[in-house]
Design a protein. Structure first.
Lengths: 288, 405
């Protein structure tokens, strides 16, 4: 190929590279740099070089480990349930049901709301004395629960609200996958006398695998960084039962003003999410 | 040549007139609370008098601190005047973000800092003898209670904290009401509420010599009483209540008492917002010391127009305007406004509020106060939910306080 054209090619991508550097690489590198210092908002200076001390501090902090634990439970729980519910909904929406468009529109509504609005609405619905949920449960004789105030119920409750909010996303991706499946294998299976369950197990699932992996990966990454729901609904309480990692980092940065330490924590979270992503991407590649 | 000179002169004239007559304006960041509304309603008077245009940006408390910091750090910020929560005083003054007001006060014939109630001026006025702020309004906490329930039981508001918890026990056991509604949400709601218990029990963060005493016997007793009250006498789920959720329980007539800001009383007595209007009153915290809170007017170092900023503060804190704000329902900080006949006629409970203010104590003014409240809130919540004993929780706070400035 002509040498000049190659040169031109590189010249042409320079603006894009500059932009990427400015909005992604630079902040990333800068926060990595900050994470090695005792850098606080009140004293924003690079005088005390700590190197890895912020990272060590994180690993020695019991509340950090608690947050990791809460985040893992939360992520695994919501992604799994959202996937199962989303898949079931998509499976039935893909069939010829009456009023499909009506169901579809209703099911998609939660996704259109911002997480803060979702949190505020649910906080009112879940109010132990004034909320409508306990009132409705009371009508059928079920006692009232302190959804967000009970230390055993708070995390499952926040998870349920997240599931309510995010299922439409999962459903949409699954539906997109299902719609684009080829018809032929099903016809062949029918002729061979396969049952519905067999068709689902041996045709639908294997063909859907790439879609499932991508959808679960995206949701896992987003779930790891959940912050708004906890911020609005529980502030990490009761005690530290819903003290999810992103919220914990936020408090370190903006309540403790400890930007250095918070940057270190963010890097730990980034590495964590990075590993999970690599795991999923590998799974996708091995399938090809 | 003459023509050219004439044109030049005209241009110069235009430029000068634009500089002097050109709309002078100041920007203020404030919290969305009733007292802000009262100021906003009076601002047209100021604009008319001085010709300075005032833009008030009103946002929620939760966003304020984050919004202020970048403006305070920069060379020339967006705000000429700011309001400072007593939480932030230590941080803002140590970081040198707000200016010393004394040179302005010395020149002024309208402002005299002696008129302010001591507990207010020491909290959101002076720091180590230098006046950085003028107290804007107070939000000292107090005990709000139902007079009808108390009369029915033929009892009185006790003067000791232990007796108050006893009273809440009796109300819960003997009536259909919750003895108390509480706000156990992390971090500020629970921390602020518990500090009333701590101060009324005679406890504090530091003793006079600066030793940490947050985990001494008095503090532990205060937390034991708090845990008892929230678990036995408050509605289920109070451990997760913020201010709004707790308020709705007492406004709906389901609870006997609530420790809250003194300016909530007019709201609870307003028929549009509450079902218990006319049946509630305010009292000093049993034990005599509630948590003090308040806001102060300050001029940031990054203020683009400090003179105009001072002119505004001088106006808003003058006796007439301060009284006008109080008559609209504002929470005063000045002795003369509290003693004013017209004000007392409209708000008879201000006599009690003044007593409350005199006994009220703030959280310690320190650089890391937001961090202190965060840690305190977390540990209190752990104790309230019985994940830790009161002693263990307060020991953790004490340990953490060693690192705070």
């Amino acid at each position: 190929m002509n040498n000049n054209i190659i040169k031109l090619k590189y010249k042409l991508i320079i603006p894009a590279l500059i932009l990427l550097f400015a909005v992604i690489l630079f902040p990333l590198a800068y926060s990595l740099f900050i994470s090695f210092f005792d850098y606080t908002l009140v004293h924003p200076t690079f005088e005390d070089f700590l190197f890895l001390e912020n990272y060590l501090k994180a690993f020695q902090d019991t509340y950090f480990w608690n947050s990791v634990f809460v985040t893992l439970i939360f992520t695994i729980g919501v992604v799994l349930l959202e996937f199962i519910i989303g898949f079931i909904l998509a499976y039935y929406l893909n069939k010829d049901v009456k009023y499909k468009n009506v169901f579809f529109s209703i099911l998609i509504i939660p996704m259109l709301m911002t997480p803060v609005a979702v949190g505020l609405i649910w906080r009112m619905i879940l109010h132990p004395q004034q909320g409508i949920l306990n009132y409705l449960l009371g009508l059928v004789g079920i006692p009232a629960f302190a959804w967000l105030g009970n230390k055993y119920l708070a995390l499952p409750t926040v998870m349920l609200v997240d599931i309510w909010h995010q299922v439409p996303f999962m459903m949409l991706l699954m539906l997109a996958g299902l719609v684009s499946l080829p018809k032929r294998p099903y016809e062949a299976a029918k002729i061979d006398g396969a049952s519905r369950l067999q068709m689902f197990r041996y045709i639908t699932l294997p063909l859907m695998k790439p879609t499932i992996i991508v959808a679960v990966l995206i949701r896992t990454i987003i779930a790891f960084r959940t912050y708004d729901l906890v911020y609005i609904m529980t502030k990490g309480g009761p005690g530290v039962r819903t003290d999810i990692l992103s919220y914990y980092i936020y408090k370190r940065a903006f309540a403790f003003m400890d930007i250095g330490f918070a940057s270190a924590l963010s890097y730990i979270l980034l590495l964590f999410v990075g590993f999970v992503s690599i795991f999923f991407i590998r799974a996708t590649l091995s399938q090809d | 040549m003459k023509k050219l000179l004439l044109i030049l002169a005209m241009i110069l004239l235009l430029v000068f007139s634009a500089l002097t007559v050109g709309a002078q304006e100041i920007n203020i960041l404030m919290e969305a609370v009733p007292d802000t509304t009262y100021v906003q309603e009076l601002i047209p008077d100021f604009e008319e008098k001085t010709g300075i245009e005032v833009n008030v940006e009103v946002i929620n408390y939760a966003e304020m601190h984050e919004k202020l910091i970048p403006q305070l750090i920069s060379q020339e910020g967006a705000y000429d005047v700011i309001v400072v929560d007593n939480y932030w005083v230590g941080e803002f003054t140590t970081a040198d973000w707000i200016i010393d007001l004394e040179p302005y006060i010395d020149k002024s014939d309208k402002i005299n800092t002696d008129v302010y109630i001591d507990s207010m001026f020491n909290m959101v006025g002076q720091v180590n003898g230098t006046t950085y702020m003028l107290p804007f309004y107070n939000y000292a906490m107090a005990l709000v209670y139902r007079t009808d329930i108390l009369d029915e039981m033929n009892l009185q508001i006790p003067t000791k904290l232990t007796d108050y918890v006893e009273l809440c026990n009796s109300v819960t056991e003997q009536t259909e009401y919750y003895g108390v509604v509480m706000q156990g949400l992390r971090p500020d709601p629970i921390a602020m509420e518990w500090l009333n218990y701590l101060y009324s029990m005679g406890g504090d963060f530091y003793d006079e010599d600066g030793n940490i005493i947050i985990n001494n016997d008095k503090a532990v007793k205060a937390l034991e009483l708090y845990v008892e009250n929230i678990n036995n006498n408050a509605p289920d789920g109070a451990t997760g209540f913020g201010f709004d959720q707790a308020f709705s329980v007492i406004a709906n007539g389901k609870a006997f008492s609530y420790i809250t800001y003194n300016w909530m009383l007019p709201k609870l007595n307003n028929e549009e917002e509450s079902e218990v209007a006319g049946k509630v009153d305010i009292a000093q915290m049993p034990g005599g010391h509630s948590l003090n809170g308040g806001w102060g007017w300050a001029i940031p170092k990054s203020s683009p127009d400090k003179e105009a900023a001072w002119e505004f503060i001088e106006w808003v804190e003058s006796f007439d305007v301060a009284k006008e704000r109080a008559l609209m329902g504002g929470s005063p900080t000045r002795n003369d406004v509290f003693n004013d006949e017209e004000v007392l006629e409209n708000y008879p409970h201000y006599t009690e509020v003044k007593t409350i203010l005199q006994g009220a104590r703030p959280i310690p003014i320190m650089e890391d106060s937001t961090e202190l409240i965060e840690v305190l809130g977390r540990e209190l919540s752990l104790a309230a939910n019985k994940d830790k004993t009161p002693q263990e929780a307060l020991n953790t706070v004490a340990e953490h306080m060693k690192d705070l400035k």
